[in-house]
Design a protein around this ligand. Sequence first.
Ligand SMILES: [Zn+2]
Length: 408
Amino acid sequence: MQYTDQLLERFLNYVAFDTQSKPKAKTSPSTQGQLKLAKYLEQELRTLGLQDIELTKHGILTAFLPANIENAPTIGLIAHLDTSPQCSGKNVRPEVIRAYRGGDIALGIGDEYLSPVFYPFMHQLVGKTLIVTDGNTLLGADNKAGIAEIMTALSLLMANDIPHCNVRVAFTPDEEIGLGMQFFPLERFPCDWAYTIDGGEVGELEYENFNAASATVTFYGKSMHTGSAKGRMLNALTIACAFQQCFPSDEVPEKTENKQGFFHLSSFHGDIEKTELCYLIRDFDYAGFTRRKAFIEELVESFNRKENLIRPIKLEISDSYLNMYDTVKKVPESVQLADRAMQQCGITPLHKPIRGGTDGAWLAAKGLACPNIFTGGYNFHSKHELICLENMQSAVEVITTMMRMAAE
Ligand SMILES: [Zn+2]
């Protein structure tokens, strides 16, 4: 197909920008590279001929493509500018492998390689065009593939005069550090529903995610010379250990999958006088989520009652994000349209729960249903990240088909 070259060219242009986000930065966006990419995309949207193009000082780029038929709904398409802080995104040197012949792929001139032994999905990619890294950085398909796919779908809709609905586009920063939607101008993004194009393998369609909270529990003790500590020392570390032992040992990330929730002890810091435990609380089910928070509260209360403490244990719990499903189920068209479009493109939709959060979860909390759709990439956040050009084409086809079907 003729647009494939454009799609690849766009993708290679975008990954050349270093847009790694940075946790705990004092600015928003957290890094200037994201703003550079946003400016570049702003220009590209202008060249394409979109309307209402706006780039905020926080690096949020929005634009509008009006429908070319009457009474069509408005659908949002969202992708993020940043790449993961877990792996460098500086000087990405992508390598395009045409007609992959199967077997191992050496990355660059170093020791890194991709092997179907570790990544069985590679067997399905034989004969296709793959884009890989040189083994020193991530690739940035997460989420620049999503941006390239949205841009290409927009250009196809416009160039071929395909009947389509109203389309609102947003490219946002800092998704990987959970701050993507901090300054999102929702009032300037009025949509019936939206999609993030930020998933993995072809067919992925996600509209359920964890309810998430974090808890910090602080224990206080009293230090004493160990030689004369009998009956006088109170060790905060020991109390914290006993506290942690009360958690259900099977309900941890390393022993759960699919829709099972968990408690995750993410850090344990301290000394005899003061010890702090941090937990992540995750559950798809809202009632289960509430029960998990109550479990920690009750455990703290019971320790405060029973143990001989110098000061009561302090507990702080804060919600991080909520399951988007409660909002999505009120707009079933959002999932149905994606399902129908995939089927029309010959793709079997894979409905999967997200064991994490997305920008869509934030939007859903504000009332905008926002399922997540595949980009066609694999091994995100690592040097082994790769994407298949034919998968990206599938994403472009699904997006254009959705915009067309929504206008029917
Ligand atoms: Zn992403």
